[in-house]
Design a protein around this ligand. Structure first.
Ligand code: R5P
Length: 295
């Protein structure tokens, strides 16, 4: 049985269609003090209906991105509801793991927030499946089995067929493999990358184009996350300075916080698209096919 978090309803439904597993319909209620209670009546219903043993599914897969603190608490509740119902094995698919970018301490007295979150999530599950976490090393923070799925190839699907001499460009060297995966899936084009610096105090981003050959060519900038949009918008602007053709912004996780969309539009992006690890208007493709083998 698949148990969706409220931030991952479409992805869980897509996974149900891909795998043929039943899809639970969780319910949410809020107490007067603002606390939420997420429950899974289907677990109780299957227990009452009899079947093997007491009817409780032997395994559940909780599918819940955590783009907000509320979503994180809800995930913990859904995991606990599975345990409370007597489920033997709980797998947690964390399509977008909030706090993953805080993967080290910023200074004395500061936490490693990704580790704190990973430990909390580990308590309610036997296994965690992550999709393109910001740093692969974050898996070491979990106290349970982990798997990582690379969904970057899915980013080729929404692209138009008529791209002119496409360049799949990473806004920094760490995203180069994502650009290569998207290029391979698209079937033609070259890859390149920019060099990026981010001021640790201000968060201000600058990209340093090396000699990427983009004049007259369509460019797809591929990154794992678009959060504030600073990285992507600087990359897009630098490309237009070089007289490229159309520029598409593609990311796995469309956080798109604050004025990210305006920054991207002002930089001259043709279109922005993302996967369904976070459900947004920009979601153009599902990572479900990439997750199937990991379940
Ligand atoms: C950083 O290394 C990541 O790959 C992304 O480039 C970054 O998280 C994007 O953040 P923002 O949109 O705030 O520039």
């Amino acid at each position: 049985m698949l148990v969706p978090g409220s931030a991952s309803q479409s992805l869980a439904a897509a996974l149900a269609a891909e795998t043929g597993r039943p899809l639970a319909t969780p319910e949410y209620r809020w107490f007067p003090d603002g606390e939420e209670c997420a429950s899974v009546p289907d677990l109780a219903a299957s227990a009452e209906s009899g079947g093997s043993n007491d009817g409780t599914p032997a395994e559940t897969v909780v599918v819940a991105s955590t783009p907000s603190n509320d979503a994180l608490v809800e995930l913990l509740q859904l995991q606990d509801a599975c345990r409370e119902a007597g489920v033997d094995r709980v797998t947690t698919v964390l399509p977008y793991m909030g706090y993953a970018r805080q993967d080290s301490s910023f200074g004395p007295g500061e936490p490693v927030s990704a580790r704190a979150v990973a430990r909390a999530v580990s308590t309610g599950t036997d296994r965690v499946v992550l999709v393109n976490p910001h740093e692969r090393g974050v898996t070491e923070y979990f106290d349970c089995e982990t798997a990582v799925v690379d969904a970057a190839a899915r980013l080729a699907a929404p692209l138009p067929d008529d791209l002119s001499e496409p360049v799949f460009l990473a806004p920094d060297a760490s995203a180069e493999s994502l650009a290569a995966s998207a290029r391979d899936a698209y079937g033609r084009g070259s890859t390149d990358f920019f060099e990026k610096e981010r001021d640790r105090e201000t968060g201000e981003v600058s990209v340093h184009p090396h000699d990427a050959d983009v004049a007259g060519r369509d460019v797809i900038v591929v990154d794992d996350i678009v959060a504030t949009g600073s990285t992507m918008s600087h990359a897009v602007a630098a490309l237009h300075d070089r007289d490229c053709g159309r520029v598409f912004a593609a990311c796995v996780h469309g956080v798109l916080a604050g004025n990210a969309r305006v920054k991207l539009a002002a930089a001259g992006v043709e279109s922005v698209f993302a996967t369904d690890t976070i459900e947004r208007g920009e979601t153009a493709v599902s990572v479900a096919p990439a997750l199937v083998d990991a379940l």
